[in-house]
Design a protein around this ligand. Structure first.
Ligand SMILES: *Cc1c(COP(=O)(O)O)cnc(C)c1O
Length: 373
């Protein structure tokens, strides 16, 4: 069985984890946490990094630290993970869903302005699967209408937009360090920003909003979203190899491009490049063409029989059962998000994958589509 993602943990991971155990520093008070924050902030060109226990709560902090709440609306792509919309809803604000671009699968920036209302406070951009959103366009809209930008860069460590690091755009950015991300801490996340007050607010909210003058006294309610020293130790060992990992991801993507190129009348493969970035293939994704009578689930079932692990694309936010029950919900038809969610899936591309495994995966994919050639 070839797993959809196997992380690579053969650098200094053991050494740094042993340091935690040998010194007894295992909680969030340990020294790796600050080192990891500084390292990731530097890599994204940010002044502040605030490490937290996962990428989902990083989004919660980002939204709340900007003061977004009841009566506010936030624009975001429908084609993303629930964490993005959940952070907005939990803050008391209303998510406004935008369709995806059919070629990059990112938010269709042409549709943002028509969704603005006097209540719009922010645009949450989410870079999907390996290519960044068109940030110049989003930044221009945000500037013109005086909106915050929240950048979910969970899938984008090491990627750039026109040479500038992802995680460095807008008012607040977030990373995830889940094992399928380019830098992993097992579970983990980070908020990144340049503004001192926003950083202070995130640090306070992450740590139960203890007031500085008197521990165990609180003027506001916070959370325990702290990252442990053990997680940060793993993260440091991973972050040291980020450049190498990005090269490896691109090599994996290039090999699949070659092995699967003859399928281009059957499936849409990832774009290798856009005017502002080369793909880093966070995952190697594909969308089955409309003229092929297979949906993603059928493809995934067949590939599983051949020993290949896969994952389906995101399920669109505007169709989530949990949101259909909400008072703010209005039915929408977002054709691209719906189509790619139905016909899209991704194949194994973890950092530990070998060339032989990739060849085996490609062979299985060819077999799956052999009757349609
Ligand atoms: C992985 C991911 C998250 C959530 O991160 P967790 O650490 O799993 O909570 C958020 N946004 C995007 C785009 C992601 O890919």
């Amino acid at each position: 069985m070839i797993q959809v993602n196997e992380p690579l943990l053969n650098g200094n991971e053991k050494k740094y984890l042993n340091e935690c155990i040998d010194t007894g520093w295992i909680s969030s008070e340990g020294p790796f946490v600050k080192q990891f924050e500084e390292r990731m902030a530097l890599s994204a060109g940010r002044k502040h990094g605030i490490a937290v226990c996962n990428g989902s709560v990083a989004l919660d902090l980002a939204v709340q630290a900007l003061g977004i709440g009841v009566g506010d609306e936030v624009i975001l792509p429908s084609f993303t993970i629930i964490s993005c919309a959940a952070a907005i809803v939990r803050a008391g604000a209303i998510p406004v869903f935008i369709d995806a671009d059919a070629t990059t699968w990112n938010i269709d920036t042409n549709l943002i302005e028509q969704a603005l209302t006097p209540r719009t406070k922010a645009i949450m951009v989410v870079h999907i699967y390996g290519l960044p959103c068109d940030m110049d366009k989003v930044s221009a809209i945000a500037k013109k209408h005086n909106l915050y930008i929240i950048e979910d860069a969970a899938e984008m460590h090491g990627q750039t937009y026109n040479g500038k690091p992802c995680g460095g755009f807008g008012d607040v950015s977030t990373f995830s360090f889940y094992p399928n991300k380019h830098v992993t801490t097992g579970e983990g996340g980070m908020v990144l920003c340049n503004n001192d007050a926003i950083a202070d607010k995130c640090r306070s909210m992450r740590n139960l909003c203890f007031i500085p003058e008197r521990r165990f006294k609180h003027e506001e309610l916070g959370y325990n979203f702290r990252m442990t020293n053990l997680q940060a130790a793993l993260g440091m060992a991973q972050a040291e190899r980020l450049d190498e990992f990005i090269v490896k991801k691109r090599t994996i993507g290039k090999l699949y491009d070659e092995l699967l190129s003859s399928l281009k009348n059957i499936v849409q493969l990832p774009l290798t490049t856009t005017p502002y970035a080369d793909n880093i293939y966070w995952v190697y994704a594909m969308v089955v063409n409309d003229n092929i009578p297979l949906n993603a689930q059928q493809c995934m079932d067949e590939l599983l029989k051949l020993g290949i692990g896969t994952r389906p694309f995101f399920y669109p936010m505007h169709q989530q059962p949990v949101f259909k029950k909400a008072s703010w919900y209005t039915p929408q038809h977002l054709a691209v998000s719906e189509r790619i969610a139905e016909k899209g899936f991704y194949i194994p591309s973890g950092l530990a994958i070998t060339t032989a495994q990739q060849e085996q995966v490609a062979e299985a994919v060819h077999k799956l589509f052999s009757t349609y050639k």
